[in-house]
Design a protein around this ligand. Structure first.
Ligand code: PAF
Length: 282
């Protein structure tokens, strides 16, 4: 396995690979790898000659200091997990200084309103931070394809928009959500849940599935009210938002329109940990 912590060295290594006509895939992560990440890495390995996995807990995308400090960091375990998948993986694990120098700030992006709803509404500056780091990684690695999980579906759409508007010649690939046996969407943050909460958190996915079942016959308003009521009756979880939105524009659905795809999006607090999930409805 090749491990780089400097942009320059990674770039010259990748240039040689490209000169040998090898295609490059990129899987950006913040570490604390789980099966969800590994499924992205495996897909990338199938579709590219070389795969770069970046491991970097990006400070500018955290709106809460506490969340950044508590974000799990398991570097040695991450390396072992990756090695077990393939010895050929290229790991890029830069320091904060290597990425930001003295200026730990994000750029400002225009995402056509995709960043104003849901996560953007509740996590100020989050998507500017994501845009900044993903643009930097895409420019450093110049991959043919980059892979992102659909758990962060809003992030995926925003990265697609950013890559298109900056004319970055990279295909942005979304990959299905991996779930724990009880249905909880896999996330590095799940490690911070107590054993009981982690099991009980299947409630989030079950609620999304019930919302989907209701979607055929009930209005978005009714479904939203029903979800709110469900959470009011469950003391383990605090609902931050539940929204039914258009998959492409991410605008809340007012009235169902033919030929549009809709998704239910949810953010929940459990044990002080913020969890998100989403499910396609039609
Ligand atoms: O989804 C994540 O883990 C992060 O937001 C990403 C895309 C690696 C950027 O830091």
């Amino acid at each position: 396995m090749h491990i780089f912590d400097r942009k320059k060295e990674l770039m010259s290594f990748l240039e040689e690979e490209r000169n040998k006509n090898r295609t490059i895939g990129l899987v950006p992560t913040m570490g604390a790898l789980h099966k969800g990440h590994i499924s992205l890495v495996k897909k990338a390995l199938l579709e590219n000659d070389r795969v770069v996995v970046s491991i970097f807990v990006n400070p500018t995308q955290f709106d809460k200091k506490d969340d950044l400090e508590k974000y799990p960091r398991t570097f040695e375990r991450d390396l072992k997990l990756l090695k077990d998948v393939s010895e050929n993986i290229i790991v890029f694990a830069p320091s904060i200084d290597e990425i930001y120098g003295e200026n730990i700030k994000s750029q400002n992006y225009e995402f056509d309103g995709l960043d104003k709803v849901m996560e953007g509404e509740f996590r100020e500056g989050h998507f500017d931070g994501v845009g900044t780091i993903v643009e930097l990684f895409l420019r450093t690695v110049s991959p043919d394809k980059a892979y992102f999980g659909e758990k962060d579906f809003q992030q995926l759409q925003i990265i697609r928009k950013m890559a298109a508007s900056k004319k970055l010649p990279c295909e942005i690939t979304g990959c299905p959500i991996e779930r724990e046996p009880h249905g909880l969407a896999m996330s590095s943050r799940n490690e911070r849940l107590s054993k009981t909460t982690r099991q009980e958190a299947s409630f989030i996915y079950e609620t999304l599935q019930s919302a989907k079942a209701k979607f055929g016959t009930e209005s978005a308003r009714n479904i939203m009210d029903w979800v709110k009521e469900e959470f009011k009756n469950n003391p383990l979880f605090e609902l931050e938002y539940f929204q039914i939105a258009d998959e492409d524009t991410l605008t809340p659905m007012l009235k169902k329109q033919e030929n549009r795809k809709y998704r239910a999006f949810i953010a929940v607090y459990a044990d002080g940990v913020r969890l998100i999930d989403n499910l396609r409805l039609n």
